[in-house]
Design a protein around this ligand. Sequence first.
Ligand SMILES: [Zn+2]
Length: 399
Amino acid sequence: MEPARITVFDTTLRDGEQSPGCSMNVQEKLRLAHQLDRLGVDVIEAGFPIASDGDFSAVQAIAATVRRPIIAGLARASRPDIERAWQSLRGARQPRIHVFLATSDIHLQHKLKISRQRCLEQARDAVRLAKSLCVDVEFSPEDATRTDREFLYQVLEAVVEAGATTVNIPDTVGYSMPAEFGDLIRSIRERVRGVQDATISAHCHNDLGLAVANSLAAVEAGARQVECTINGIGERAGNAALEEIVMAMRVRPDRYPYETAVVSEHLFRTSQLLSETTQVAVQPNKAITGRNAFAHEAGIHQDGMLKNPLTYEIMTPQSVGVPDSRLVLGKHSGRHALAIRCERLGFQFDRRELDEIYRRFVVLADNLKQVEEHHLLGLIHEGRSEGMAGGSGRTAAVP
Ligand SMILES: [Zn+2]
C-alpha cells in the first residue's frame, strides 16, 4: 500500500513569529520563506495581514516571490480581516485564506461575548465570504479541544458546507493528550457530514510537551495536514516542531507509513537560519536540530560510534543536514575517541603513550566542560617535553 501523503503546513512566520523575541522584519521573513520553499513544505503561513502593515507587506512580498508552495494568510472571522488577507494574498500562485473563530464556551463567554448560535453563523458567513474571494479556504475552531463536541461537529459541518477545503483542529492551549486528540480527530471523521471532502488538519501546542505526540496521533487517526514550526517556536511553549514530525515518520515508517515532501537534508540549515535571524538559540538537547543532537561524549558510546554509528544513532546526521557526528571530548570520553582525535591532529601513539596521554587528559577533563583541540595539543606538547613515559608521540605522515 502506498504511504499516505501528509501536507506540511509551516506556520513559523505566523504562529512562530508571535513568540516573544521572535519577531522578524519583511526582509527576514522573505529570506526564511525562500528557505522553507527549498525545504519542501507544502504551505507557508506567511502572516496575519491585518495585524500590522509590516505583516501585510511580508505576506504580499512572499506571495509575489515564493511561487511553489501554497501561501496562507490568517484572518479572524470578520469582513475587514478577510478582505485585508485577500489583498495581501491575491498575487500568490496558490493563495489560501485561513479563517479562525473560537468555539469553546470559555472563549465565547469571556473573550468574544457571543452565543453559540452567533458563533455558528459568524463562522459560516466568514467562510462564505472567504470562499467568494479564494477557492482554498481553511477554517480553525480556536480552542477546539475544550469545545463541546456536539457543538464542534455542528460548526465544522457548517463551514464545510460553506466551502472550507481544510478544517484545522487546534489544541490552542496545549491541553490534550495523544490518545484523546486522536479520538477527537477520529470522531470528527465519523460524525461531521461532508468532512470527507475536506482535509482534516492538526495544530498542536506544546504546553505539556506533547505537541509532536499529539500531531502524530492525529495523523494516525486520519488527519492529513499538520501545522508546525521550525525549532517548535510559537506562542508560550511553542508549536509542534516540524523537524521532529518529519523525522519521526522517516525513521519509523513501520509505525508511521506516511510521507511528506520535506527534503530532510535542509532541516538543519533551516533551523540555523531561523536561529541566526531571531537571535534565539536552539536548546542544545533539542531533538534533530540541537547542537548536541548528534554529539557523543560517553566513552562507551564513543567506542560504539567509532566501530559502527548504528550502535548509537537512529538516523545519520547527514540525513538532516548536520555535517558530521561530533565526538565531544570530556571527562566521560574513553581512550578510543582520544586516540582518534589525536590522529586527526596528526599524532599517533602506541598503547603505553596513549595511556599516559589519557591519564593527563582525565585530570584536565575533570576541570573543563569540554576539551578542545588546543587543549589536546597542549597535552601532547607537555607529554613530549617531559619525555612521556620514555617514548615520544611521533607525527603521522604529513601529506
Ligand atoms: Zn497556534
